[in-house]
Design a protein around this ligand. Structure first.
Ligand SMILES: Cc1cc2nc3c(=O)[nH]c(=O)nc-3n(C[C@H](O)[C@H](O)[C@H](O)COP(=O)(O)OP(=O)(O)OC[C@H]3O[C@@H](n4cnc5c(N)ncnc54)[C@H](O)[C@@H]3O)c2cc1C
Ligand code: SF4
Length: 324
């Protein structure tokens, strides 16, 4: 591992010089440093900043500090009651030990697990811009069917981010040019020709909190994750869903897909196809199909289309059963 300087942040807007990065739980960043993928000159530890609160907002909703550990957020009784999809997504990720260290901010900003990205000896446009994308012709079984480009077909690995996307969460940011907030859907960017940039954050911008809006539909919500083994594995496909049904018709629905795109995929086409329609398994399946019509699978990952269709139908059917 390359030599680096370590220091502790004293204020959210401290800013970072070139070559410096924030350190939270370290469960992703330190791995990438050991592998030679991340080579920062300075680590600025944000663990002493007062960013570990889970607080109710005056106008409704909950503010989650970026330093809140994944285990604490999953266990919070207000989160479990008002946003079960978020608690379930967190518990579906990693292991108990990792969740005890991993933070809200770090989880959102963890990097792809594409096997070429994780290997410093391989070409990869994301970790070495312009070097090529061996995944397109190589091992892409776990990679994107939506939103990818010729330059990169990586998938975003966070389970929590999929739930936050379905919940219309808002990201609070502080940095050298001041504070700002953006919807979580604007945090991530598609790769296009510049896959080295995962997000729209500028260098030195710190995520300070994530706001969960007051969202009545979220009280009936769930997360379903498919993976290659029962635990301790990233998703090969996942669905975050919230549903309300009145008189047999869908009155509100929120849907996001995970592990199918370079960012958590808000399924707006499927949502539009469901609003006001009968809450039947057949309709749920057709709505997922409508969203997935835009998919451009590669040689080995077309299986994700029926996988996501079936997960969507199963989770919405289960939620509609809860509300009848
Ligand atoms: C074996 C294993 C299995 C895993 N399985 C899963 C899984 O199934 N699902 C899943 O979702 N995750 C999984 N993870 C990933 C894990 O959840 C992440 O490593 C963790 O959430 C990262 O959080 P952290 O606080 O440790 O971030 P760090 O490693 O400290 O930081 C990650 C990145 O975020 C930046 N950063 C951190 N905090 C902030 C902030 N507040 N503002 C701006 N930048 C910031 C850092 O500079 C760094 O670039 C797994 C990890 C491992 C090692
Ligand atoms: S898919 Fe993206 S991360 Fe994976 S090898 Fe290609 S450029 Fe790199």
């Amino acid at each position: 591992m390359k030599t680096f300087e370590y220091r502790t942040a004293t204020a959210p807007a401290d800013g970072l010089e070139a070559g410096a990065v924030f350190l939270a739980g370290g469960t992703n960043l330190v791995d990438l440093m050991k592998l030679g993928i991340a080579t920062p000159d300075v680590l600025v530890d944000v663990n002493k900043l007062p960013l570990d609160g889970i607080d109710e907002l005056p106008a409704g909703g909950i503010r989650v500090g970026s330093g809140v550990r994944n285990s604490d957020l999953a266990a919070d009784r207000r989160i479990r009651a008002a946003y079960p999809v978020l608690s379930q997504a967190l518990l579906a990720g990693a292991s108990g030990q990792l969740r005890n260290m991993a933070t809200t901010g770090g989880n959102l900003l963890q990097r792809t697990r594409c096997r070429y990205f994780m290997d410093a000896t391989m070409p990869c446009n994301k970790h070495r811009p312009g070097s090529g994308c061996p995944a397109r012709d190589g091992d892409h079984r776990n990679l994107a069917i939506l939103g990818g480009s010729e330059a990169c077909v990586a998938t975003h690995p966070s389970d929590m981010a999929v739930a936050l996307t379905a919940l219309d969460a808002v990201i609070q940011i502080d940095g050298p040019t001041g504070a700002r907030s953006i919807p979580v859907t604007d945090l991530y960017r598609l790769p296009g020709d510049t896959p080295e940039h995962d997000t729209t954050l500028a260098h030195g911008e710190l995520i300070t909190a994530v706001d969960l809006p007051a969202l009545p539909v979220a009280a009936r919500s769930a997360y379903r994750k498919a993976r290659d083994r029962a635990s301790y594995a990233f998703a090969i496909g996942s669905v975050a869903a919230a549903l309300s049904v009145e008189d047999g018709l869908v009155s509100d629905v929120r849907l996001a897909f995970g592990a199918v795109a370079p960012k958590p995929w808000r399924a707006t086409v499927a949502e539009a196809a469901l609003r006001g329609q009968p809450a039947t398994e057949e309709r749920f399946r057709a709505a997922a199909e409508a969203e997935l019509a835009a998919a451009t699978p590669l040689r080995d990952n077309a299986y994700k289309i029926p996988l996501i269709r079936n997960l969507t139908a199963a989770v919405l059917t289960s939620l509609s059963g809860d509300v009848r």
